[in-house]
Ligand binder design. Sequence first.
Ligand SMILES: NC(=O)c1ccc[n+]([C@@H]2O[C@H](COP(=O)([O-])OP(=O)(O)OC[C@H]3O[C@@H](n4cnc5c(N)ncnc54)[C@H](OP(=O)(O)O)[C@@H]3O)[C@@H](O)[C@H]2O)c1
Length: 179
Amino acid sequence: MARVLNAIVAVCPDRGIGNKGNLPWHPIRLSKEFAHFRKMTATPSVKGKQNVVIMGKKTWYSIPEKNRPLSNRVNIVLSRKCKVPPAGAHYLASDFSSALRLIETELADQADQVWVIGGSSLYKEMMGSTGMRRLFVTQILKQFQCDTFLPEISLDKYRLLPDSNTPWYTHNKVSRCTT
Ligand SMILES: NC(=O)c1ccc[n+]([C@@H]2O[C@H](COP(=O)([O-])OP(=O)(O)OC[C@H]3O[C@@H](n4cnc5c(N)ncnc54)[C@H](OP(=O)(O)O)[C@@H]3O)[C@@H](O)[C@H]2O)c1
């Protein structure tokens, strides 16, 4: 059976996700949002396995060096230009399909959940791909300057599952299932 793919993202009201290579709210640290991201992406559902995070090269470099690679997760970085993984990354893939192939071959025994963690074009490719897809969207309720945006979520394809509220942001699970 094809693997479920998950994406996780935190968005400003204008769907902005980044600014100047960093999170829009940088240097403010949204500690609850950070803890949510870590809990969701780093917690495998099967003991002895690890989750996989797939990200574009700019997202990799947006992570502070001391936090790279993201711990307890297999880190795959996508780049068409790089010939070797960026220092600290576990794997390099030249496109999204190659990353998924890597997970189903070399990483098959160790990989549990697969998380797409940005940026923009990768979210778009994942959201448009066929199969069971789940988007975990944290809505940041304050607008910050943004130059990178989450592509529009097609609500005729994705179902909104309301979750919880916090003073700073709300969590909404948006899911889609296609055969
Ligand atoms: N708010 C959030 O939740 C969130 C999450 C993630 C990122 N961000 C922010 O978003 C920004 C980074 O996102 P971005 O969209 O600008 O860049 P990105 O997708 O992280 O990186 C773009 C680069 O990654 C490589 N790449 C991306 N998709 C690829 C594919 N399908 N196949 C092969 N290579 C691929 C290419 O590298 P080459 O040029 O080397 O080929 C491309 O130039 C930062 O500001 C970051 O802080 C925010």
